[in-house]
Design a protein around this ligand. Structure first.
Ligand code: SAH
Length: 232
């Protein structure tokens, strides 16, 4: 069974977007995964197809209505749907490679994209939405965040990446940032490829890469080292 993604959005035209190209696009064509983008507005009940309203308690902006969103979720993910229901949200748990791996190993995901100031808290609780953040910054909507999440997941699906090995050595997979890469030409503007990499000594190369990874992680992301004490 292939990974099945359903996205609830006010901008279904944003999908598949970038995911229609390159690796993800080919995998979509090959039915390695499927993507359905559902217009939330289709579940509005009034004449004006209202999906948002002013915030209770006052303040700027608009809030997405719980009732409209709940109808959309119930349509996209009826009782018994095994897929997790995610809400893209800057208040969510930051997305990690570990969570991406879990999602890729599962049946798919139902992804709600917020707009405006966000969504009514009651639908988050009533439909058990798992809030997921793609970083400590504010996007104008959940759609780019959903594209980011799906991109990360889809590349892990069996058969999507040509060279399966390259996945395991990447940044975060072992709790470290990846070592630097080089390719031809041997000299670029007076800079040489580090000698060890052209030595043909695979043990030395592996040791050099590991040392570079650790150095880089120490410099740039000491928080990662703290989270993986064995690496120290
Ligand atoms: N007022 C909210 C931000 C709303 S941004 C706050 O301060 O928390 C509008 C929508 O964009 C959100 O509902 C969410 O779906 C999406 N979004 C914005 N930033 C995001 C992020 N860092 N990660 C995931 N989704 C995000």
């Amino acid at each position: 069974m292939s990974f099945s993604a359903t996205v609830l959005t006010l901008y279904p035209e944003m999908f598949p977007g970038a995911l229609g190209l390159s690796l993800a696009g080919r995998a979509l064509e090959a039915s390695t995964w499927s993507l359905e983008a559902i217009q939330i507005r289709g579940f509005a009940t009034d004449r004006h197809r209202t999906v948002d309203d002013t915030p209770a308690g006052g303040g700027a902006g608009m809030v997405m209505r719980a009732d409209v969103l709940a109808s959309a979720i119930d349509y996209a993910s009826p009782a018994g749907d095994p897929r997790p229901r995610l809400l893209m949200s800057p208040r969510g748990k930051p997305l990690t490679q570990a969570r991406v791996r879990e999602l890729a190993a599962g049946p798919g995901a139902v992804i709600v994209c917020g707009r405006f100031e966000g969504v009514d808290q009651r639908v988050i609780e009533a439909r058990g939405l798992e809030e997921v953040s793609v970083g400590d910054f504010i996007l104008s909507g959940g759609e780019p965040a959903a594209l980011v999440l799906l991109d990360a997941v889809v590349r892990l699906l069996p058969g999507v990446m040509g060279n399966a090995v390259s996945g395991d050595e990447e940044s975060f997979e072992n709790g470290l940032l990846e070592h630097p890469h080089y390719t031809r030409p041997q000299e670029f503007e007076g800079r040489q490829i580090p000698e060890v990499l052209t030595s043909g000594n695979h043990k030395k190369i592996a040791a050099w890469r590991r040392a570079e990874s650790e150095k880089l992680t120490k410099e740039r992301r000491p928080d990662l080292l703290a989270a993986h004490p064995l690496v120290k």
